[in-house]
Design a protein. Structure first.
Ligand code: COA
Length: 332
């Protein structure tokens, strides 16, 4: 009898949210904006902001510690750590290296993965491959971003949209439960619509790049919005069709939280009911690589998922990057 490959099952999770809450009302005082405008266009009411001394690796390590504590695990159990982020502490060493050091773990290995708002789904895919191939038994995947570090505080177009957070999950082999399928895309022709021009090898940091505010996010919101709706809808429909499923077969859909209108358009296209969709953008805004694992933590806290339930994840982000992951939930 041929032995089928194991699935990668989510067996633990943890999160970290900075304490400081920045509300739309507070932003009204410093930007030409209003709570009404922000909420009606995006669904956001407030976001968390890390302190100046708190970096992405600090938040990621706290999320990992929360996971290890809650599930009685040791850092040394982790074979591989993948940190999805676009706001690493620095170019090198990697955020993963810094997190492993904060966890006093020097027996495994890890690296960063840059996939913007789809970063967590990309990292999940890599973790899935390591588990399925048998190359690792325990893969930790963290989505962590300190978006406030790269957001122009006086730009109302972008500052209102983002928040800071980190969340972690653990993947382990299972014969019955885990990742069933995934569809991922990258189309670099989206590069001009959402990007940070300065600091890399094209525009290394200089007085000029600082003066021209090139170390901040630039976004053509309208164009990104259009592509995000199309990308999230199409890839989510495609993965359901490919697996001969309907929206009604899903227990839960956890979409990337960039704009509630993008989420609503996708859930409408899939024919999902309100109680099938996890939405927390009102409280945390867009935390880039952290939105989906944060959603997984919240769904688990609320005990929404039972073993055998189907969970769909979908994301869209800079690049453009987008994708969808279908999971047969295994934790009780
Ligand atoms: N407060 C008040 N007014 C604002 C504002 C703010 N924070 N930001 C922009 N405006 C103004 C604009 O200047 C514009 O004014 P004008 O008509 O006088 O030129 C008007 O509001 C409409 O702006 P527009 O950009 O057309 O709004 P929108 O409905 O497209 O919403 C976004 C803007 C950013 C919320 C929306 O485009 C979006 O969510 N895009 C996708 C973002 C995204 O998902 N990014 C991450 C992908 S992972």
């Amino acid at each position: 009898m041929t032995q089928s490959l194991p699935k990668a099952m989510i067996t633990a999770m943890g999160s970290y949210l900075p304490q400081t809450i920045l509300t739309n009302k507070e932003l009204e005082k410093v930007l030409d904006t209003s709570d009404e405008w922000i909420y009606s266009r995006t669904g956001i009411r407030e976001r968390r902001i890390a302190t100046v001394n708190e970096s992405t690796s600090d938040m990621a390590a706290e999320a990992a510690k929360d996971m290890l504590d809650k599930y009685n695990l040791k850092a040394d159990d982790i074979d591989l750590l993948i940190v999805a982020t676009v706001t690493p502490d620095m170019f090198f060493p990697s955020t993963a290296a810094l997190v492993l050091q904060k966890l006093n773990h020097s027996k495994g290995w890890g690296f960063d993965l840059s996939g913007a708002c789809s970063g967590f789904l990309y990292a999940l895919s890599v973790g899935n491959a390591y588990i399925r191939s048998g190359m690792a038994k325990k893969v930790a995947v963290i989505g962590a971003d300190k978006m406030s570090a790269i957001t122009n505080q006086s730009d109302r177009n972008t500052r209102i949209l983002f928040g800071d957070a980190a969340a972690a999950i653990l993947l382990e082999p299972s014969t019955d439960y885990g990742i069933l399928d995934e569809i991922l895309y990258t189309d670099g022709s989206g590069k001009d619509y959402l990007y940070m021009p300065g600091g890399g090898s094209r525009n290394p940091a200089s007085h000029e790049t600082v003066e021209k505010k090139m170390h901040f996010i630039y976004q053509d919101g309208k164009t990104v919005f259009k592509f995000a709706v199309k990308g999230m809808e199409e890839v989510s429909e495609k993965i359901l069709r490919k697996n001969k499923l309907k929206g009604s077969d899903l227990t839960l859909f956890i979409p990337h939280q960039a704009n509630k209108r993008i989420i609503d358009a996708t859930t409408e296209r899939l024919g999902l009911l309100k109680n099938q969709v996890l939405i927390n953008i009102d409280r945390y805004a867009n935390t880039t690589a952290a939105t989906i694992p944060l959603g997984i933590c919240e769904a688990t806290d609320k005990k929404i998922l039972k073993p055998g339930n189907l969970l769909l994840l979908a994301a869209f982000g800079a690049g453009f990057t987008w994708g969808s992951t279908l999971i047969k939930w295994g934790m009780s």
